[in-house]
Design a protein around this ligand. Structure first.
Ligand code: BEZ
Ligand code: FE
Length: 312
């Protein structure tokens, strides 16, 4: 018999990959060929049983049913498997020359209210007061006047406004700011708190079954954009937060962690409009120019392995 090779256990990956040989779009062909080969190698590696494959199909079906316009369980699955972070990191390499990115997360679902520099984004009056400030620059340190800074964070109880529409005012702990002539921004808020990702669905069951916790360390989300520069989607993490070394979605990068020191100075507190004492969080951001070539991937052996909390 001539023609196509028939399916065998040994060569299943190659046989199925060959079925995509005539795919007109070369990128789709590359993706499907690689996907099928890796998938078959995985099934062979673990010798998947029929019951396990049935369970997996049911798990994915439940994941789909849990998803709607306000809850995206598939993205959450991608988050806890570290795929969201990998895609984000591959597509926003910085080569160490600009602010690193991290996951967007599901809670940027509403437009942040436009605010003036210095405004307070804490609308529920709870939490430890904090002055957040920084400077937005380009790769040569040039100030990015007029950069737009979109921020959102949880309240003191670890919830975003959209998770508690009956408890929090809309726009609580969100703001859209415009940097001044020197690229500086500043606003008042509270120290963010760690919180669990939504864990009442299949992804939560996966975490529980594998002994993982659902928590994310305390952070403040940023999307920063300036004309002619590449926007960055990132967070700043609070240095003394629990879970920095076990973020449920692998979002922490060393370069994004900042101390949040206390200032005990009634005059300064009055000047910035916060209760004394208050904390300060300084987060400068550097953007790549839009016409800059993206830095290449570092070879795996060129990257230091940093184990957080390991003795040095
Ligand atoms: C967040 O930081 O808002 C987030 C990110 C990924 C999954 C869930 C929440
Ligand atoms: Fe978050």
């Amino acid at each position: 018999m001539t023609g196509r090779e028939l399916f065998t256990e040994e060569r299943s990956g190659e046989v199925v990959a060959a079925s995509f040989a005539d795919t007109p779009d070369p990128r789709l062909k590359q993706i499907m060929t690689s996907l099928v080969q890796h998938l078959h190698a995985f099934v062979k590696d673990v010798e998947l049983t029929e019951e396990e494959w049935g369970f997996a199909i049911d798990f994915l079906t439940r994941t789909g049913h849990m998803s709607n316009e306000v809850r995206q369980e598939f993205i959450l699955l991608s988050d806890v498997l570290g795929v969201s972070m990998l895609v984000e990191t591959i597509n926003h390499r910085t080569g160490g020359t600009s602010t690193e990115s991290t996951v967007l997360g599901p809670f940027h679902m509403t437009e942040s209210p436009v605010r003036e520099l210095g405004d307070d984004i804490n609308m529920d009056g709870k939490g430890i007061p904090c002055l957040v400030s920084g400077r937005v620059t380009g790769p040569d340190g040039e100030p990015l006047a007029g950069a737009v800074i979109d921020v959102w964070q949880t309240n003191e109880d670890g919830f975003y406004d959209v998770q508690q529409p009956d408890v929090q005012p809309p726009g609580n702990h969100r703001g859209l700011f415009t940097a001044d002539e020197e690229g500086n921004y500043w606003f008042r808020s509270v120290v963010p708190r760690y919180y669990p990702i939504p864990d009442d669905g299949p992804v939560g069951q996966l975490l529980a079954a594998t002994g993982r916790h659902p928590n994310r360390p305390a952070h403040l989300h940023f999307i920063v954009a300036a004309e002619g520069y590449r926007p960055v989607t990132t967070h700043v993490f609070v240095a003394d937060s629990p879970y920095l070394d076990s973020d449920a979605v692998f979002g922490v990068k060393d370069s994004l962690i900042r101390d949040v020191p206390e200032v005990d100075d009634p005059d300064r507190a009055a000047e910035v409009g916060l209760e004394n004492p208050f904390r300060t969080l300084t987060f400068d951001l550097s953007l790549l120019r839009a016409d800059q070539a993206p830095p290449a991937a570092q070879p795996a052996d060129a990257q230091p392995t940093v184990v957080r909390g390991a003795p040095s």
